[in-house]
Design a protein around this ligand. Structure first.
Ligand SMILES: Cc1ncc(COP(=O)(O)O)c(C=O)c1O
Length: 416
């Protein structure tokens, strides 16, 4: 694995890392862009953009079953990307990695197949946490609406800490699956998922982990976690849109019925019956997102060349500094101060709607997200309907945090 020159001498040369991201050099409204909307989607380094270009200009054809040079080249690159995903989350074998459009599609896949089969009778239970993104609520709600499943919610305390004991109390003989985020996209809370899996497995309950946020920042080892399913999404990981991944234990993927039907996922089709392929192709109906998968592979290589531990140290410094700076601003209330949290900082300003705050600081070039963040039950837990969120990436700087603080002080003078 290549080591990025920005970290090769033990330092973290953020200026050099920033130079990899063409978009970061742009100005908005005549001000340097400060991009703090990374938890929604991250910017792309040039190696990823170049890889996409190369795939289209010199390696492009449809994958699998090809009997010509380009089909073979494209297939090798696409399957090579699967191997990169496997290594990134330490799955045992590439057949355990299914390419999906995003994390949302991966969760739907599990809910419609594995989840549906496990809900045998009205009253069977699904345990989620109150922090779930709508992507990890709505697919389970379909099972509630259509098949009488009951959804139970694992709580958090006022600081946003996940309450493991309370979670354990929710597990009953009727619990059919636990589906839980690894890192809250609003509070940043890191859920002790290894413990969650242990408690659930002790009762024979399978666990899906939504890794949309955690895969970006934490080292992921699905064998160590022993989770049944793990999902993540490429665009938050510096990769292209339109590509995500589902990890599933091989025995589950083999036993599960297919999700979408079409080409690629079948073995043989007859007038009166059809046989299906093996995982992962059984779950990849139709022409896949070939180039996007290849681009994701390049993004994972990029992240690995810097190193998650170094990235975490850098981002940890930023969130610590940002928390201090924002605490100095009287009208702000920080939401989510869990003991173990990722680089996500949500806040509200007294007397101002989050949309107005985001709109005002946008004029200073600062991009944050404001709204529900697709976590309406979590907002309701704190008596809110919206919040502002600044989220940090491997290319952000302390100077940018100062820019955010200055913009918020100005906003405060308008609203307070
Ligand atoms: C925790 C979490 N889960 C799932 C998703 C869904 O990701 P995608 O929209 O790429 O499917 C997101 C995106 O914001 C997220 O933050």
């Amino acid at each position: 694995m290549n080591v990025h020159p920005a970290v090769s001498n033990g330092a973290y040369d953020v200026a050099r890392i920033r130079a990899d991201f063409p978009i970061l050099a742009m100005q908005v409204y005549g001000k340097p862009l400060i991009y703090f909307d990374n938890a929604a989607s991250a910017q792309k380094p040039k190696v990823v953009l170049d890889r996409l270009n190369r795939a289209y200009t010199s390696e492009y054809a449809n994958v699998h079953r090809g009997l010509h040079y380009l089909a073979n080249t494209a297939t090798e690159a696409y399957e090579g990307a699967r191997e990169k995903v496997r290594a990134f989350i330490n799955a045992r074998r590439p057949e355990e990695i299914v390419f999906t459009r995003n994390a949302t599609e991966a969760i739907n896949l599990v809910a419609y197949t594995f989840g549906r089969e496990r809900i045998k009778a009205a009253g069977d239970e699904i345990v989620l946490s109150i922090m779930e993104h709508h992507s990890n609520i709505v697919p389970w709600n379909f099972l509630r609406e259509r098949h009488g499943a009951v959804i139970k919610w694992a709580p958090v305390d006022d600081e946003g800490n996940f309450l493991l004991d309370e979670f354990e109390k929710l597990l009953t003989p009727r619990t059919k699956i636990v589906a839980i985020t690894h890192m809250s996209n609003m509070l940043g809370t890191v859920v002790p998922v290894k413990e969650v899996v242990r408690l659930a497995h002790a009762r024979g309950i399978p666990v899906l982990i939504d890794g949309a946020q955690s895969a970006v920042h934490l080292d992921i080892d699905v064998v160590d976690l022993d989770c049944d399913f793990y999902t993540f999404t490429g665009h938050k990981l510096y990769g292209p849109t339109g590509i995500g991944a589902l990890y599933g234990k091989h025995e589950h993927l083999t036993a599960m019925r297919p999700f979408l039907g079409g080409g690629e996922m079948i073995r043989e089709v007859f007038e009166d019956h059809i046989t299906y392929g093996d995982p992962p192709h059984k779950f990849e109906a139709g022409t896949p997102a070939i180039v996007q998968a290849i681009g994701l592979g390049a993004a994972l290589d990029y992240v690995s060349s810097i190193g998650k531990a170094r990235i975490r140290a850098h981002e940890g410094g930023l969130i610590g500094y940002a928390t201090e700076r924002l605490r100095e601003i009287n009208s702000l209330r920080i939401l989510g101060t869990a003991k173990d949290k990722g680089p996500i900082l949500s806040f509200e300003m007294k007397g101002a709607h989050p949309h107005d705050v985001a709109t005002v600081i946008d004029r200073a070039g600062v991009a944050v997200r404001a709204g529900t963040h697709c976590v309406m039950p979590l907002l309701a837990r704190y008596g809110l309907t919206a919040s502002c969120r600044a989220s940090f990436a491997l290319y952000n700087t302390r100077e940018e945090v100062d820019g955010l603080a200055q913009a918020l002080i100005k906003a405060q003078s308008i609203f307070a």
